[in-house]
Design a protein around this ligand. Structure first.
Ligand code: GLN
Length: 305
């Protein structure tokens, strides 16, 4: 498997030049366009690292998986899905357009920004600090790493320039979908996006989901099984924004991307995979990371279909 991963990375590195590092905040523009690394963590606890696996990156939208897990644990599925939909949006991740068009004003799903901001508002906690701390603790548990922390330069940049997210959140407050203080909710959301990790952290998180919510390294249940199923289903249908359909065909496993260049992939009952490559395609997904996963899927027969 090590040599398959190595070859997939070597082949995919050639296309990093066709992508662009996220520039919506100055801090992310500093990402290394040509970096490409990966980690596979299987449910027996074996780990494989390849390429630029030491590259640090901010988790960005991959945090939406953890936010959804926390919102579901704290509220149950009926409350969560009374405020956010379960359907793919076919719109870009930060789109506002459907919110006003729908009678309910509900965001289409938990993995577009609007949906993740609503899920953040549902996580228990009287203020942004408490909400973030719950989500942060869950990230640490899922990664089996107590040292993962917020990158404060990225967080400050997100907070200073997050005007579209602010517009989304205030709209949702006006529509009655967000009940909590908007700035508190946004503060927690921006911190979640700014948590700095390496691929091993994300592969471990994915391995817990692949192992039906149980940590492979301790056999402790971290995610209730029914929630784990929901999370895999939403990852499958909505994880790569308006490229989720093609990803389903070419890779065929539940996954979630982030503009920091990471893609988390869950191969049910087999392994968690994380790739990082900051050069993004026009949908905001790692261009070379997607190719690595396509190659791995073919070589290792990963598709669930
Ligand atoms: N911080 C980013 C935002 O909210 C996360 C988006 C993403 O990774 N797609 O715009």
């Amino acid at each position: 498997m090590q040599s398959i991963l190595k070859t997939a990375i070597e082949n995919s590195k050639k296309i990093t030049k066709n992508g662009k590092v996220a520039t919506y905040i100055p801090e992310l523009a500093k990402g290394d366009r040509d970096a490409l690394g990966a980690c596979i963590f299987d449910i027996s606890g074996n780990i494989i690292l390849e390429g630029d696996y030491q590259t640090k990156f901010t988790i960005q939208s991959v945090s939406k998986v953890v936010i959804l897990i926390c919102a579901l644990i704290d509220n149950g599925k009926d409350v969560v899905f009374s405020k956010v939909g379960k359907e793919p949006s076919a719109d870009p991740f930060n789109s506002l357009v459907k919110l006003e068009m729908k009678e309910t004003h509900k965001p289409s799903n938990p993995f577009i920004n609007a949906g993740a901001i609503v899920c953040t508002s549902l996580v228990e906690g009287d203020n942004g600090i408490e909400k973030f701390s719950k989500i942060h603790n869950m990230m640490k548990k899922l990664a089996n790493n107590n040292d993962i922390e917020v990158n404060y330069s990225v967080y400050n940049s997100e907070k200073l320039t997050g005007n579209t997210n602010r517009a989304i959140a205030y709209y949702l407050k006006g529509a009655g979908i967000i009940e909590k203080d908007v700035e508190d909710v946004l503060d927690a959301y921006f911190k979640c996006c700014s948590v700095e990790v390496v691929v091993e952290d994300i592969a471990r998180m994915a391995s817990v989901i692949a192992n039906n919510g149980v940590a492979p390294w301790s056999n402790d249940r971290i995610i209730p099984e029914y929630i784990n199923k929901i999370v895999k289903a939403i990852m499958m249908t909505c994880g790569l924004y308006d490229r989720s359909g093609e990803f389903c065909i070419e890779v065929g496993v539940p996954a979630k991307s982030g503009v920091g260049g990471c893609i988390m992939a869950v191969v049910p009952n087999r392994m968690g995979i994380a790739v990082v490559g900051p050069a993004l395609d026009k949908y905001g997904n790692s261009i070379a990371g997607t190719k690595v996963l396509e190659e791995l899927s073919k070589e290792l027969n990963l598709s669930i279909f």
